[in-house]
Design a binder for this molecule. Structure first.
Ligand code: GAL
Length: 419
């Protein structure tokens, strides 16, 4: 009897102890961590993130930072991992999310984020009004934009251009002529790495803008321009022409492997956001010497923008550490450390210009004066559900190059979402 009683007492002790240690949702007291989720794994983007971690570490040396990155670029894999974690009640402390529809439609409207107006106390006037609008919903701010990226840029190998007597094209026709000349000389004209299909959507948005112009490009997202209109079809046809000039192994490569083709001179150009600038610099290449850039032909005067931001999920396990992280992201110190490496410009207006190179200065100037239009490939223009449909259509379109079929499918997808 005594034995049975002893066993029972031991069981109760074990059970209560177990609940205390593992069953409770409270993090153990000793754990002082900060888990940051992103898809920044390539050169440039990973370096920029580390630079912000360094600042955080200096301010909060006792916090252990967990760098939770998921490879794939443009979040294609990362977003699925994040969704599973969020649905399972296991959010990271803060995560990378594109400002605009990706932030609001996916997470804010769904009630998964905390408003973070307190992070902006006293510094709101350091942000352009348009940027604050993109990160706000019903009068509250929901994320810290760490940068502004430009999508409509072509990066090229300077030596390859010089060797072939080529200067940067300004119109789509000139672009095709340049590609033709390079192809005739045995050089792959355009490097594409769309093993994440977003990279093709990325190239397409540049061509849509080139053919439609900024007003009609916006119309694709607000429903005033139909995807099966003559204009849109013209853009889809122009895209299929460019596809003739891309590397045959594009479906096997990532965006940074395609950029490496340009770095090596295996290919001449790549249509990529300016994180490619960060990538080239991280490989020791010199902008303006080894590689050059031009705005995607036909899109001069327009700036396809996107912004990476960080937010505060409800139930962040280390909320205070996360709020401090957001303060680093919002500070000029954080942004000036991050952006020169990342290849982007700060979302704040008070950058220390001496830290920024020629390309970034030109991007800052264009951002002030150009027509600003949102990127669809990077979550600014359209809800994530729509972007997923666009990606699915692109997967087929880059292979069969059937303009009428793609136009009809895009038009059908737009019906449910364009507003
Ligand atoms: C974009 C993101 C950029 C860059 C790129 C490739 O979606 O906004 O910051 O990281 O993906 O990974």
């Amino acid at each position: 009897m005594k034995k049975i009683l002893l066993v029972c007492v031991a069981l109760v002790v074990l059970l209560v102890g177990g609940l205390w240690a593992g069953g409770s949702k409270e993090p153990a007291k000793a754990e002082n961590k900060l888990e940051i989720f992103s898809w920044w794994t390539a050169g440039g983007e990973a370096d920029g993130l580390q630079a912000m971690f360094k600042i955080y570490k200096q301010k909060y040396p006792n916090v252990e930072i967990i760098n939770a990155t998921v490879a794939g670029g443009a979040g294609q894999n990362a977003k699925a991992v994040l969704a599973t974690r969020m649905q399972g009640g296991n959010p990271p402390d803060s995560f990378q999310v594109h400002a605009g529809r990706e932030l609001t439609d996916t997470w804010v409207v769904a009630g998964k984020m905390e408003p973070i107006d307190m992070v902006f106390e006293g510094i709101k006037d350091k942000y352009p009004k348009g940027v604050l609008e993109i990160i706000s919903y019903q009068g509250h701010i929901y994320s810290v934009p760490v940068n502004i990226h430009r999508s409509n840029v072509v990066w090229y190998n300077k030596k390859v251009f010089e060797k072939n007597g080529i200067t940067p094209p300004k119109t789509l026709d000139e672009f095709v002529a340049v590609a033709e000349k390079l192809a005739s000389r045995g050089v792959t004209p355009i490097a594409l790495g769309d093993n994440g299909i977003w990279a093709s959507v990325h190239a397409l948005e540049s061509i849509l803008l080139a053919v439609l112009g900024p007003e009609k490009y916006r119309g694709l997202w607000n429903g005033s321009v139909k995807w099966d209109s003559a204009d849109a079809k013209k853009a889809l046809s122009a895209f299929t022409v460019l596809l003739k000039y891309v590397n045959t192994d594009h479906a096997a490569l990532s965006w940074d492997q395609a950029a490496q083709y340009v770095a090596d001179g295996t290919a001449a150009m790549t249509i990529m956001g300016d994180w490619a600038h960060g990538y080239f610099k991280s490989k020791g290449l010199k902008g303006g010497v080894d590689y050059g850039w031009f705005v995607t032909p036909g899109t001069n005067g327009s700036f396809i923008m996107l912004s990476d931001s960080f937010g505060l999920p409800k139930g962040a396990p280390h909320r205070e550490n996360a709020v401090n992280w957001l303060k680093v992201c919002a500070s000029i110190e954080g942004q000036d450390a991050f952006n020169p490496l990342k290849g982007s410009i700060p979302s704040r207006i008070d950058a220390n210009l001496s830290l920024y190179d020629e390309y970034l200065k030109s991007s800052m100037a264009d951002f002030k004066t150009n027509e600003i239009v949102p990127s669809v490939a990077h979550g600014a223009a359209a809800a994530e559900g729509w972007v997923t449909k666009i990606q699915d259509i692109m997967t087929i379109f880059v292979t069969d190059k059937n303009v009428d079929k793609a136009a009809a499918a895009f038009a059908e997808a737009a019906k449910a979402y364009a507003k």
